[in-house]
Design a protein around this ligand. Structure first.
Ligand code: SF4
Ligand code: SF4
Length: 445
């Protein structure tokens, strides 16, 4: 008998803390310097096109892709290259950084001009040239997602506006402030990739977006580029992790992405709402991806806000310019509290895929002590991928690669639901991540 996945998402309901939902996006300027890593994506990074002493302007290409999956990197301020050197990235890897000192002029490069595109290949090439990767947090190169494997076709574009992580509201604000660009980005993508239908998926805690987005959809209905089967809105129950790509496809299309596969394997292209908006902006202005919209929040922050900042700006400067901290932060997280990464150095730069910086006080940052598993099964019931977190946890602890594979560790989307619900505070996700690394290193996924 074929296994049928439940329609109901398992998941959890963490406290939402969407404190910045009414905070309009404001643009921060005037940074004295930026440090731009040449590797900010899944796949190989770039090699530097500049050297110490070179003048650079905003939008100028400074990193040349090293492989088919790579996208170029561009200068986010104008000024002088102070150094090109290897430094540590927030995930612990060492990559080359281009450090630029500002000249205070914000001169835009003559390279910046809207792309001229006539066909599918030209569209995908232009998206790649913009330096775009998934802006929702995954940093998966967008141009790769747009090219389905041989024999597959894309029939649905899903716009991920779920934003199910607590605290983060940057996508919510993008929908409120740039609805026209979102619909334009959808039309461009559907037109050039020949996708007949688009669905904007959001959680029911964002009902204020429905009328805003529907009004924009109504304006373009019947236009020559309007997708053949239309653009629709899908309001989903608020439940973490609705916005995880594989979960979202199951909820919207009732399709299951195979283990190790991509959404294109089931005919779907999923784009974060910020990514799709940026496509429209790039085709209007030609400005490569040099800024990022992020939410700054957390119990240690004085003024929670949504900000547009240059890529490569130091986190410490961003926080200071937005009002600073009311108390010393005990933990700083890049991303949300469920899937984000704790960082140890506030001089780390804003990356293309950062969507939030959380500064937490000691109480919020405290890591509970783990005790023995009481076999309650809550972690298994919460797992949206129908995995057995306890089994994976134990297999990872004893480095049992065969068992990790047998229990499909690579299907884990690292949502953290298992850890969140565990009454024994077991370090499930932490160990499962190690288990995935073990499988990757042995090449037996
Ligand atoms: S096992 Fe992975 S997918 Fe399942 S709840 Fe835990 S972190 Fe999420
Ligand atoms: S939720 Fe925690 S205590 Fe319960 S079975 Fe899972 S690991 Fe064990």
């Amino acid at each position: 008998m074929r296994f049928k996945w439940p329609k109901i998402l398992q998941g959890v309901h963490p406290r939402q803390n969407k404190n910045t939902v009414n905070s309009a996006i404001s643009r921060l300027r005037g940074f004295d310097s930026v440090s731009i890593p040449l590797d900010m994506q899944i796949g190989p990074g770039c090699e530097s096109l500049v050297k110490k002493g070179d003048p650079v302007e905003i939008g100028q290409k400074i990193g040349e892709p090293l492989g088919d999956w790579s996208v170029p990197v561009h200068a986010s301020i104008s000024g002088t290259v102070k150094s090109v050197k290897r430094e540590i990235l927030s995930d612990g890897t060492h990559v080359e950084y281009v450090n630029i000192e500002s000249d205070g002029k914000e001169t835009v490069s003559a390279e910046v001009s809207p792309p001229e595109v006539h066909d599918r290949a030209g569209f995908v090439a232009a998206v790649r040239a913009s330096g775009l990767v998934g802006l929702g947090g995954a940093a998966f190169p967008t141009h790769i997602k747009m090219q389905p494997p041989p024999g597959k076709t894309l029939d649905t574009l899903i716009i991920n506006a779920a934003e199910c992580e607590p605290y983060i509201t940057s996508d919510h604000r993008i929908c409120l402030e740039y609805p026209e660009q979102i619909i334009k980005g959808i039309m461009l993508t559907c037109h050039y990739l020949d996708i007949p239908t688009a669905v904007i998926a959001l959680e029911d805690n964002k009902r204020d977006l429905v009328s805003v987005l529907q009004a924009e959809i109504d304006k373009v209905k019947g236009a020559p580029d309007y997708p053949a089967q239309g653009i629709s809105l899908r309001v989903l129950p608020t439940q973490y992790p609705t916005g995880a790509e594989k979960v979202l496809i199951r909820l919207v299309n009732d399709r299951i992405v195979p283990e190790g596969g991509l959404p294109a394997d089931v005919g779907v292209l999923v784009q974060n709402v910020g990514t799709i908006r940026y496509i429209a902006e790039y085709f209007e202005t030609g400005m490569p991806l040099v800024t990022k919209i992020v939410t700054i929040d957390g119990s240690a922050v004085s003024s929670p806000a949504n900000l547009e900042v240059p890529i490569g700006a130091a986190i410490v400067e961003v926080v200071e310019k937005s009002g600073g901290c009311k108390i010393e932060a005990a933990k700083v997280i890049m991303g949300g509290p469920m899937m984000g990464v704790a960082i140890d150095d506030l001089s780390r730069p804003i990356l293309k895929h950062n969507n939030a910086i959380l500064m937490l006080d000691e109480k919020d940052a405290a890591l509970p002590k783990e005790i023995a598993c009481i076999q309650c099964g809550r972690c298994t019931r919460a797992c949206p991928m129908l995995l057995m977190p306890t089994t994976l946890d134990m297999a990872a602890r004893i480095q049992d690669c065969e068992k990790l594979n047998r229990y499909h560790v690579m299907n884990c989307i690292e949502c953290g639901c298992c850890t969140y619900v565990c009454p024994s505070k077991r370090y499930l996700l932490q160990n499962i991540r190690i288990g995935k690394t073990i499988v990757r290193q042995t090449g037996k996924s």
